[in-house]
Design a binder for this molecule. Structure first.
Ligand SMILES: Nc1nc2c(c(=O)[nH]1)N[C@H]1C(S)=C(S)[C@@H](COP(=O)(O)OP(=O)(O)OC[C@H]3O[C@@H](n4cnc5c(N)ncnc54)[C@H](O)[C@@H]3O)O[C@H]1N2
Ligand code: MOO
Length: 441
């Protein structure tokens, strides 16, 4: 038998990953929908404290605890003013020479009051949740713990006095207690989640420094392939380019799907030239399907042998399916060539191209595999790692179809089981390694 010496899945993955590096940093606005799922290229620090100012955690009354007896007795105090969320201003007057806050304005905040000085008028300020705590006030009493009982939404609040007592908690959210300016919001290398977006926005950021989203070009090869809805006798639908485009999108890439090119070296070279582009905007990775085995019309092999591609690595991987593989560089852009059999194409993309997309996107390593119990067993070929589409049920995993090489296995499959080369039979109760087919980030 001729051809390359078979290598392991791990060796071919290393060879693939050696060809890609994380893409450069871009600053994506927080309100751009596609910031979600990108990977932070730098630490994100809070630009402003969270909360930005002391504010009320409750609808109720801002008080000065000095106005409320220590022993919890109730007092009746005038309602001096009103403060609402979104407004730094207090509506209504807080009057009098000793009005709350006058000590701060006169620079005497920490100075003890001389004996005999009575601070009057004592009073409270009606305050809603999230509104800034007025200067000089230091606690909030929730409305349901006061004589008012409740506020009615949309109705003006007119009470002149309120009876209330000191509470065990102050119900004030202090500035910077969640995050101080300069605190770490999210670390470089982590994935942007809805929570990252919210926290960065709350902390005064407007953009996030992320690795640019990879652009993947998908080309399928084969003169037998027909575009969607155009199949005629002797042709088959080009399902691979649709599948690979969807896989690349699920892995976080923007995709240019060229669709099928015939088994013609010139046509494939022209398609490759078209997707790599010149300068910015071209693909960061090209994925082709088909034409990598030993047939007379294996056009990928023909182009790889013709001299225009660089760093050509035609490989055999000791795995089933997906044995024939190739890697190359086309005008500076990495090219992963996967076999045409649809299950082989899915397996090969998941094992090799997906980690490459993830590295381009800045992810730190592949998504973790899981070890799961086998519910229904299957045979595995000797001398090659088996990669079998499986479906996960309450008792463990089972083959997704009677024959894992068949397309009919794919709709239900939620993972690939990876069985070591020396194992020939997988039995119920065994544990196997599985890689999720969805896109864990
Ligand atoms: N003499 C040998 N023949 C084959 C070998 C070998 O080692 N020696 N390897 C076999 C294995 S394993 C595989 S896998 C296939 C891989 O072949 P290619 O990558 O060259 O793929 P094609 O020949 O182009 O197609 C294989 C098969 O898949 C169908 N196909 C291809 N593209 C699509 C598509 N876009 N959508 C749907 N289906 C597609 C195609 O019609 C073929 O039936 O080679 C074996 N042969
Ligand atoms: O190994 Mo091929 O990829 O079985 O069909």
């Amino acid at each position: 038998m001729t051809g390359p010496t078979p290598r392991t899945i791990a060796a071919h993955l290393s060879a693939t990953l050696a060809r890609v590096q994380p893409l450069g940093t871009v600053h994506v606005p927080l309100d751009a929908g596609d910031v979600l799922g990108l990977v932070l290229a730098r630490d994100v620090l809070a630009a402003a404290p969270v909360p930005a100012f002391d504010n009320s955690a409750m609808d109720g009354y801002a008080v000065r605890r000095a106005d409320l007896p220590d022993d919890g007795r109730e007092v009746t105090l005038p309602v001096l003013a009103d403060v609402r969320p979104g407004s730094p201003t207090v509506v209504g007057a807080i009057s009098g020479p000793n009005r709350p806050g006058s000590d701060r304005e006169s620079g005497q905040k920490s100075r003890p009051q001389p004996a005999g000085v009575v601070r009057r008028p004592a009073g409270v300020v009606r305050i809603m949740t999230g509104a800034p705590l007025p200067d000089g006030f230091d606690a909030v009493v929730p409305v349901e713990r006061t004589s008012t009982g409740r506020f009615v939404a949309g109705r003006p609040t007119t009470e002149r006095t309120v009876t209330l007592a000191r509470q065990p908690r102050d119900h004030v959210r202090r500035a910077g207690t969640d995050l101080a300016a300069g605190d770490l919001v999210a670390a470089a290398g982590t994935v942007v989640t809805p929570g990252t977006i919210a926290t960065a926005a709350a902390a005064g950021r407007t953009t996030l420094p992320v690795h640019r989203r990879p652009r993947v070009a998908v080309i399928s090869t084969g003169s037998e392939l027909a575009g969607l809805g155009t199949a005629s006798p002797g042709t088959i639908p080009d399902s691979n380019s649709l599948m690979l485009a969807a896989l690349a999108r699920a892995a976080g890439a923007d995709v240019v799907r060229v669709g099928a090119v015939p088994d013609d070296a010139g046509a494939l070279a022209a398609a490759l030239d078209g997707v790599v582009g010149t300068g910015t905007g071209g693909a960061d990775l090209v994925v082709t399907s088909g034409g990598v085995s030993a047939g007379a019309s294996d056009v990928v092999r023909e182009v790889l042998a013709a001299g225009s591609a660089q760093d050509v690595d035609v490989a055999a991987v000791a795995m089933r399916p997906g044995r024939p593989q190739a890697l190359a560089t086309w005008r500076g852009v990495p090219w992963v060539a996967v076999p045409g059999n649809p299950v082989s194409a899915l397996v090969s993309f998941t094992l090799f191209a997906r980690p490459a997309v993830r590295r381009l996107a800045g992810h730190d390593g592949p998504p973790p595999d899981r070890t799961v119990r086998v519910a229904r067993g299957w045979a595995s070929p000797p001398g090659a790692e088996q990669v079998l589409p499986v479906v996960t049920g309450p008792d463990g995993v089972a083959p997704a179809a009677r024959d894992g090489h068949h397309l009919s296995a794919l709709p239900a499959a939620d993972a690939l089981a990876i069985v070591p080369a020396e194992v020939t039979q997988v039995a119920p109760g065994d544990e196997v390694t599985v890689r999720a087919l969805g896109d864990p980030t």
